[in-house]
Design a protein around this ligand. Structure first.
Ligand code: HEM
Ligand SMILES: *[C@@H]1O[C@H](CO)[C@@H](O)[C@H](O)[C@H]1NC(C)=O
Ligand SMILES: *[C@@H]1O[C@H](CO)[C@@H](O)[C@H](O)[C@H]1NC(C)=O
Ligand SMILES: *[C@@H]1O[C@H](CO)[C@@H](O)[C@H](O)[C@H]1NC(C)=O
Ligand SMILES: *[C@@H]1O[C@H](CO)[C@@H](O)[C@H](O)[C@H]1NC(C)=O
Length: 587
């Protein structure tokens, strides 16, 4: 079935659930009683549906138990709610998504049940997490039918929304563009970095605070769009949020011009997908009369379609003129139009790349800036490394960036505590079992059998909680401490358990853009620290509702002292944007 046909899928699910009891009742009347029960039929029908589902659940449980014992596995510990279908747990989660620290509700459940893999059984849909999904057991999982259904209107044919052959095709198409010489085009980084830093400098010169999350999103979008399709979208030139007047956008702050409409559509679509994921497989009930992402998808397409059209025309013209440029001179888009003429495929591939590169790098730069504001001593030490190795004016070289150990440590530590992709979702294709050797199970109980995963199970895994887990990282797991990346024993621990730090994922679907991202982020941070020496938060300028609620102060972990509200919608961001005062360096 086409994943866009979510209404048909829901209808089919409902028909499946009621068709059995209906036939049974019909046969009972026709064959056994040989007459109709009249209005009594309706009264019998409801309890019969419940019984039917109850029996088929028991039957499914038996089948699962048999499969599990065949694999020598045990069931995943279940969350036991008070209401049928764990609806109370679902409501608790919905409330928490609005009011608590990102992913805190999962952490609380893990602590309540004293384990790191849980079966949520929300509306009888199972969920849990592991590295087995990504690497060693890759063949057992895929992005899956239900995830595709949620993302189809927004991401369509893109790489994030496909499996098997289609996914491989995308990956093969993209790979040549991430060769070293392409991803270290420092001239390109310099153009957009200097444009972004000039904006910060002029805001600083007029004693204004800057909303940096917005700026970093534009910087990474402009840089990525030139890298991907050779065109300067110049979103950096659009109007900036005004201190004290910024409105809350779906993620960060909102502006009203056409860049603002693109960004808002981009962000709202992600929010809507996240919401669907939280509701579970019954989300179509809330969108029976219209797919909420259609308007957002249209706004995004209005931006991208002309670019694709232009590229297709240019390609046709070049072909007529007999020009044949080598792959080294082509942009990603030019390469795409050579492999396919399908404008929708091309557009969706571009959109996935933009999504992959914009929000992730912007997220890291935003949280690094937040950390520099929270920890002036780290800012100072980082600036000492930058100025010591490169000076206050010169542009860094590739080799210099590679040798900046403290900078790398700060970036890694930011990726550890604030991974841009804090949670992710897969579906199991068949029955399988999580092996017990996984280090994330260190703190579970003594039962050494593997954990059974039934077929067609939605699996949510949470890199952010894994990367903050004290049993892997020690008692100071929640503290921002870049030093840990410079200690040999910590590196040894990490080499032994590589999945304890997987901000770029792992296995066959590992991030293609990892090196590009490290280069771009390092380059930007070096240039920023050459020009600015201190950073301070401006909480009074955050839009209403974007500061951490007071009651967080009494909670455990980072939320007791966090000064911003980290939130997630596919990617991590600071709610309401990040307002910061920057101070120009004197030397
Ligand atoms: C700090 C920056 C970044 C982080 C933390 C990050 C993280 C990730 C993660 C976790 C995935 C796996 C998603 C999944 O399988 O569900 C992923 C995939 C991907 N990333 Fe990144 N990413 C970053 C930057 C970039 C950049 C700059 C690009 C491109 C210019 C990029 C391109 C991709 C692509 C194409 C995939 C899909 C790979 C596949 O499905 O085979 N990423 N990234
Ligand atoms: C989802 O999209 C609709 C418009 O189609 C919008 O009104 C709504 O705010 C979005 N939801 C979220 C959570 O962003
Ligand atoms: C253009 O170059 C590609 C490889 O770069 C080659 O396969 C193709 O045959 C060339 N086409 C023409 C018309 O020269
Ligand atoms: C999983 O889904 C497939 C396709 O929808 C179906 O054929 C299969 O019976 C399902 N397996 C289980 C155990 O539900
Ligand atoms: C940062 O993390 C990467 C893995 O993503 C690792 O290879 C590298 O050694 C780390 N760098 C530092 C300075 O710790």
């Amino acid at each position: 079935m086409n994943p866009a046909n979510y209404r048909a899928r829901l209808l089919l699910d409902i028909v499946r659930a009621i068709a059995g009891p209906f036939s049974l009742l019909y046969l009972f009347q026709r064959v056994v009683l040989r007459r109709s029960l009249g209005p009594w039929t309706f009264l019998l029908y409801a309890p019969l549906i419940l019984c039917w589902n109850w029996v088929s659940n028991i039957h499914a449980a038996f089948r699962k138990a048999r499969e599990a014992s065949r694999l020598g596995a045990r069931p995943i510990p279940q969350v036991v709610g008070k209401w049928p279908g764990n609806i109370d747990v679902l409501l608790r989660m919905m409330r928490a998504f609005k009011t608590s620290y990102v992913l805190d509700v999962y952490l609380q459940l893990f602590q309540e049940y004293k384990c790191t893999t849980l079966n949520l059984r929300i509306l009888w849909v199972d969920a849990e997490h592991s590295k087995f999904i990504l690497a060693t057991g890759f063949q057992n999982f895929w992005r899956g039918k239900y995830q595709k259904e949620r993302m189809e209107t927004f991401l369509g044919e893109g790489i994030f929304n496909r499996d098997d052959e289609r996914w491989k095709m995308h990956r093969d198409m993209a790979r040549p563009f991430f060769a070293r010489e392409r991803i270290s085009d420092f001239d390109l980084f310099e153009r957009y970095t200097s444009q972004a830093l000039s904006i910060l400098a002029s805001e600083e010169a007029s004693d204004r605070a800057s909303e940096v999350q917005d700026l970093f999103s534009r910087f990474s979008l402009d840089a990525a769009s030139e890298f991907l399709f050779g065109k300067n979208l110049n979103t950096l030139a659009s109007a900036r949020p005004i201190p004290g007047k910024s409105k809350m956008g779906p993620k960060g702050s909102a502006t009203d011009d056409s860049w603002g409409s693109f960004a808002q559509a981009f962000e709202a679509a992600q929010q809507n997908i996240t919401n669907r994921g939280r509701i579970g497989r019954l989300w179509p009930l809330f969108e029976l009369f219209g797919d909420r992402n259609v308007p957002h998808a249209q706004a995004i397409q209005a931006w991208l379609d002309p670019l694709v059209q232009q590229a297709l025309e240019d390609h046709a013209n070049e072909k007529r003129a007999g020009i044949n440029s080598s792959i080294a001179e082509k942009t990603f888009l030019q390469h795409l139009v050579e492999s396919t003429q399908d404008p929708i495929l091309i557009r969706d591939q571009l959109l996935s790349m933009l999504l992959a590169s914009r929000d992730t790098t912007a997220c890291v730069l935003t949280f690094v800036t937040y950390i520099l504001a929270m920890h002036p001593e780290i800012a100072e030490r980082l600036r000492t490394e930058v100025v010591g190795m490169i000076g206050t004016e010169a542009v860094p070289t590739y080799e210099q960036l590679r040798n900046m150990r403290y900078l790398r440590a700060v970036i890694n530590e930011t990726l550890r505590l604030f991974p841009p992709v804090p949670l992710n979702v897969r579906e199991s294709r068949n029955e399988c079992a999580f092996p017990r050797v996984d280090p994330t199970y260190r703190d579970t109980d003594a039962d050494a059998r593997p954990l059974f995963v039934p077929a067609n199970t939605t699996v949510v895994y949470l890199p952010m909680l894994m990367q903050r887990n004290p049993s892997l990282w020690g008692p100071d797991a929640e503290v921002f401490n870049p030093e840990r990346w410079l200690k040999p024993e910590c590196i040894a621990n990490f080499v032994e358990n590589p999945t304890m730090f997987a901000p770029f994922s792992a296995g066959p679907r590992i991030c293609i853009g990892q090196n590009y991202a490290y280069n771009q982020m390092s380059y930007f941070l070096v240039r920023m620290l050459q020009r600015f020496e201190s950073f301070s938060l401006a909480p009074q300028l955050q839009p209403t509702g974007s500061l951490p609620p007071l009651e967080w102060k009494d909670r455990k972990g980072r939320q007791a002292f966090e000064k911003v509200w980290p939130s997630a919608a596919l990617t991590l961001y600071v709610k309401g944007g990040l307002w910061v005062y920057l101070k120009k360096a004197r030397t």
